[in-house]
Every structure is written in C-alpha cells, then in structure tokens.
Design a protein around this ligand. Structure first.
Ligand code: C5P
Length: 404
C-alpha cells in the first residue's frame, strides 16, 4: 500500500485548532511511502508541538528562515524544486489572505511563493470568517491562481457554533492527494496539439478581419491536459489570456490562419492527439496592403477574399492513428451539420455548441456542449464552466481512445 512511494510533499501547518488533524494526515502520507517536509507558521506551534511532526516525518520541521543557534539557512527555493506537491492543512483565513496577496512574512508563505509544484489547501476557520466576502474573494483569487481547494465541511466548530468552516477530514485530504498523483500519470508521455483563439487576417498594417473567439475553451483544454501529465503544444491566435503556467504547455503565438496552419503542421507530426479549438478565419484578403488604405472619394471599397486552408481537414487527410477532435459552432441543424463536419474533416470526435444557447459560445465563461463520435454516438452535457467542459471533453477522448 505504498501508493505515494517516492513522492515529495511539503505539508504546511498554520495556526488553527484543526492542526491536530494534520498529525493524522502526516501519518497517512508517511505510511503510504511519501517523503514529507513539514513547514509550520509561528502561530501553529501554539496548537501542536513541532516535535510531533518532526518525529512522524523523521525530518526537522522548518519554521524560521534561519536556525538561530547554527545560523543554518532554510531555503524555500530548494523546497520548491524538491517538492511534487504542497499541501497546506489547515489553511487559516490569515494564511489564505497572505497567499492571495503575496504577503511573504513567514517561511510558509515564502515557500508558497517559490513553489514550482501544484498547491492544495484545506481551509479551516469559523463559519463567519469562511462566509466573509473577504475570505470568499481570497479563495476565488487562489482558485484563479491554480491552487486546488479542498472545501471545508459543515459541522460543529471549535467555537461551539455549527456550520461550514471545519477542515476536511484527514482521510478526505489524503484521498485528494492520491487522486492528484494518479491524475498526473493519466496522460504521461502523450503529446497533444491544441489550436485556440481567433485568427487575424491583415487588410493593411492597422486593420484586420477577426472574430470574437476568446480562446478560453482551448486554454482550459490545454491546462486540463497538462494537469493529467500530457505534453501540450498550444498554438494560439491573438487572445487576452495569461500564458498557461504549466511547464508541460509549450505555447506558440500566431496571428493569421496561414501561420496557424504552418505551426499546426509541425506540431501534428509528433502529436498523438490533435484538438482543433481555434476559430480560424475562413477567408483572408487576397492582397495585404503594406501601407494604410486611405479614405477615397468612392462610396465603396472592395476587398477581395481568398479561402484559407482548413487546418483540421488538411491534417485529417494523413492522420495515421492520430486521434483528432474538432468543434462546431452552429446556429441551426446542429447535429446534422456537426456530423457532416466530422466526416469532411475526418475527425474522431466533434464538440458541438449552439450559438442559440445563452450559456454557450464566444466570450462566455460557460459552455453547453454535445460530443458526437465517429460511431454516431452523441452525449449531451449541461451548462458548465469552460474548465469543467474541458474535463468532460478530455474524459470523452480517453473513453473513445480506450475502445478504438
Ligand atoms: O467548418 P468549421 O469552421 O465550422 O469547422 C470548425 C472546426 O474546424 C473547428 O474545430 C476549427 O478549429 C476547425 N477549422 C480549422 N481550420 C479552418 C476552419 C476550421 O482547423 N480553416
């Protein structure tokens, strides 16, 4: 039962009464073979003595920047390189706030700010503190920063009150840690190419033909793939999104459909899976003026357009065992049109979203999809965040891959 053998975990303890439960969490981690370095905030030592954690982990607890009598320097940077995962349990309102705002006034928050590894927190506090808009805002910030949050449970609190704020049980946190590690293995070694965002087709140096695609769906897919261990090449048109932080994602920025096609061709060569989530312009101006077009007396200006390459269809011609996934944004006869696209582009799966749906489409944070496979199976999903939709799409790809 050594599922976590060889895994390096930083376990952060902060000053809440739930710190006593972290002793049990530490024991579970050690029993399953993990190597654990405990980092304590100064306040947390009021709740559980460092010697308890030190003897269970068989490593001295780190709490200060220096060991006072030897002058030994504890490197938060080295811990960031050593660790595969950082878990802060319990995470108090104060530590959550410091993490959200980068207030590095103790060894634990400093370690968090240097963390190269994913971070998980198990909040623990009184119900009013948990419900306070400030805490909720800070939790949202951490969620957006990619921190995994293990929701507190409801029940009796140390204050004598009843409600939400109780730290998740150590067994539950342990389960989440195990799940995290098995997820990172799921697509290990699999190479995936993802196109995302719009393309801009220049008319002259200051004008272009573009579309409203935000790139959010493609980026969410790339991030979810990387969390499952895949090596991702993200070929992105011009978007207003931060570059994904995962070292497993290589982002290539392009502007036009032609550039996206060239980069996709290169990435496709070595890919196992290709996901075409970009909204590629179908046409580009035949001539691109190298000087700004001036306003003339004529009432009309004609711009001739020529067809752009259909990236998905072109690459689909020689896919040799690669699994390809496309998107269809339809305003009418969704399933019929999506099925036609699936065939003409030689796709394995197509993700349909209907523009008629108020919860689906460009610029939105949510999406509502139907996934249709080459075998004619179709699965309809409810409205979800784009990250949750990404999970559904990747789950569907993995299911499809298992049976083909
Ligand atoms: O034909 P339509 O543009 O509706 O098809 C959409 C699907 O095809 C999407 O997956 C999109 O990324 C892909 N596509 C492409 N290259 C194009 C046009 C669409 O890869 N030029």
């Amino acid at each position: 039962m050594e599922e976590l053998k060889g895994k390096h975990i930083v376990l952060g303890i902060t000053g809440g009464i739930a710190a006593y439960k972290s002793v049990i969490l530490l024991r579970l981690l050690i029993k399953s073979g993990a190597e654990v370095q405990v980092v304590m905030t100064p306040n947390s030592k009021e709740f559980v003595a460092p010697v308890t954690f030190a003897s269970l982990s068989q490593k001295p607890v780190v709490s200060e920047f220096f060991t006072a009598n030897t002058g030994e320097w504890h490197s938060h940077v080295d811990l960031g390189i050593w660790a595969d995962l950082m878990v802060i349990a319990p995470a108090t309102a104060s530590t959550i706030s410091k993490m959200a705002h980068g207030m590095a006034d103790n060894m634990l928050v400093t370690t968090y700010l240097s963390a190269k590894e994913p971070v998980m927190i198990a909040p623990a506090m009184d119900l009013d503190m948990w419900n306070h808009p400030t805490t909720q805002r800070n939790i949202r910030i951490l969620g957006e920063d990619g921190v995994m949050i293990i929701s507190p449970g409801s029940g009796s609190l140390a204050s004598g009150l009843q409600g939400k704020g109780r730290m998740a049980e150590p067994e539950e946190i342990f389960l989440q840690i195990e799940k995290f590690f098995s997820k990172t293995e799921e697509l290990k070694g699999t190479k995936v190419m993802v196109t995302a965002g719009p393309t801009y087709e220049n008319i002259d140096p200051v004008r272009f033909i573009g579309n409203y695609s935000s790139g959010k769906m493609g980026y969410a897919i790339a991030e979810e793939l990387a969390e499952r261990g895949a090596e991702v090449t993200l070929i992105s048109g011009p978007v207003n999104l931060p570059a994904p932080a995962s070292p497993l994602i290589r982002k290539i920025s392009v502007t036009s459909a032609r550039e996206m096609f060239d980069e996709s061709q290169k990435a496709f060569n070595t890919a196992d899976i290709a996901i075409f989530a970009a909204a590629v312009a179908d046409y580009a101006p035949e001539v691109q003026f190298d000087k700004k077009i001036k306003r003339e007396k004529e009432e009309e200006l004609l711009i001739r357009l020529k067809r752009n390459p259909d990236i998905a269809a072109q690459l689909g011609k020689n896919k040799e065992g690669r699994l390809t996934v496309g998107f269809a944004l339809e305003t009418e006869k969704g399933i019929d049109n999506a099925l036609k696209k699936l065939q003409t582009k030689n796709l394995d799966l197509i993700v349909l979203n209907s523009l008629e749906d108020p919860e689906a489409g460009f610029m939105k944070d949510t999406n509502k999809i139907t996934i249709i496979s080459k075998d004619g199976e179709n699965l309809k999903y409810g409205a979800k965040s784009k990250r949750e939709v990404a999970i559904d799409i990747i789950d569907a790809i993995l299911r499809y891959r298992k049976y083909h």
